[in-house]
Design a binder for this molecule. Structure first.
Ligand SMILES: *[C@@H]1O[C@H](CO)[C@@H](O)[C@H](O)[C@H]1NC(C)=O
Ligand SMILES: *[C@@H]1O[C@H](CO)[C@@H](O)[C@H](O)[C@H]1NC(C)=O
Ligand SMILES: *[C@@H]1O[C@H](CO)[C@@H](O)[C@H](O)[C@H]1NC(C)=O
Ligand SMILES: CC(=O)N[C@H]1CO[C@H](CO)[C@@H](O)[C@@H]1O
Length: 328
């Protein structure tokens, strides 16, 4: 199983991906299965949706080799962290994971929960560890799966954010998933621009992974308040500017980073900022694994950042401009 996936990855690398990658990960966020956050378990195709496997293939044809799959913990394990899985939701998630990894791309399991379960901050670190142990057990044979501890912790005690990340790492490794990457996220919506000033740097530097395959995931938007809600970008160097302090921290501490969400409007200034920022990532590929665009998925419509083939504004305007930056 492990062997055959490696062979698929190797053969893809020598055929469709003729160019050498500069950044290890060229990613896209697939978003939709976490929609309807207040409806549990929620009605499929009404409150939430899984991802279109045909559009995933179109991304792979463009060189994308990582998909961050958003889903909700409450739908996977209804009622409590240690509950058994909803078999249908798990089955759908696994179908998507297998489709992606069979093609040699990485599938990031992203519980899009903000450190919350049924809207309450998760304080049961043991339960969280069990949750991750159970999930990792399902995927431990698939080395192209990446475990993302949780999307965007925020307004939480910093020690708790540390403890939850460490519990996730411990649970994954205890399950026997020893070859996969794990990506930790920080408080303050895991912002790259505030990574050092927020206290994430000082706290999370001490996370420990016995397999040494921990990657720090940060998110960065280019609008004034960094929220990713405005089409305008501050200026044409704002992405590299906002990554500078975190990049220095990664280098100083010999850590690896991954820009797990980034996006900007389809205007010229934003495109210049994206090109400048991705060039900066490539120049610092010793500490940055790559980046994943926010977002694709069947329900984004004409949302300003949608990269869903073929109607998303970013599919036609942004993707052709940025994809070369992922290659040498
Ligand atoms: C989903 O939740 C919202 C808010 O609680 C509610 O108004 C709506 O009726 C729910 N939809 C279904 C199908 O239950
Ligand atoms: C799983 O996906 C199928 C469509 O492929 C859908 O009919 C079903 O409702 C989904 N169930 C869950 C729980 O996601
Ligand atoms: C862009 O904005 C940032 C933040 O305000 C600033 O530090 C930087 O100097 C600006 N860059 C240019 C080229 O104006
Ligand atoms: C910046 C951005 O688009 N954030 C989105 C993150 O995901 C949640 C849930 O899908 C959306 O509601 C946010 O708008």
């Amino acid at each position: 199983m492990l062997f055959s996936k490696l062979m698929v990855a190797a053969s893809l690398a020598s055929t469709s991906f003729a160019q050498t990658r500069k950044l290890k990960w060229f990613g896209i966020n697939e978003s939709g299965a976490e929609f309807g956050e207040t409806n549990f378990t929620g009605a499929y195709n009404k409150e939430y949706i899984w991802y279109d496997l045909d559009t995933i293939d179109q991304f792979i044809d463009q060189g994308v080799n990582l998909f961050r799959l958003n889903f909700l913990m409450e739908r996977l394990t209804p009622d409590k962290l240690t509950a058994s899985f909803d078999k249908l939701y798990l089955g759908n998630l696994t179908e998507q994971v297998n489709h992606i990894t069979d093609k040699g791309a990485y599938a990031v399991l992203n519980p899009h929960n903000y450190g919350r379960f049924y809207s309450e901050v998760i304080t049961d670190t043991d339960g969280f560890k069990t949750w991750w142990k159970n999930v990792a057990t399902e995927y431990k044979e698939n080395e192209l799966v990446v475990f993302d501890t949780n999307n965007e912790y925020h307004d939480m005690d910093q020690t708790l954010v540390f403890n939850l990340n460490q519990a996730a790492i411990d649970g994954v490794r205890e399950a026997g998933a020893t070859t996969q990457y794990i990506t930790a996220e920080g408080n303050s919506y895991t912002g790259a621009w505030t990574w050092v000033s927020s206290g994430n740097a000082d706290s999370l530097v001490s996370l420990s992974d016995p397999q040494d395959k921990l990657v720090y995931q940060m998110h960065q938007y280019l609008d004034t308040d960094g929220s990713g809600t405005n089409e305008a970008c501050v200026n044409a160097t704002i992405l590299s500017d906002r990554l500078a302090a975190a990049t220095q921290w990664l280098k100083d501490n010999k850590k690896q980073g991954f820009l797990g969400e980034f996006a900007a409007g389809t205007n010229d200034q934003c495109i210049s900022a994206l090109e400048d920022g991705l060039k900066y990532l490539g120049d610092n590929a010793d500490v940055w694994y790559g980046a994943a665009w926010w977002a694709a998925g069947p329900w984004w419509g004409d949302y300003m950042y949608s990269m869903e083939p073929t109607s998303g504004p970013a599919w036609t305007t942004i993707l052709p401009k940025i994809k070369s930056y992922f290659y040498a």
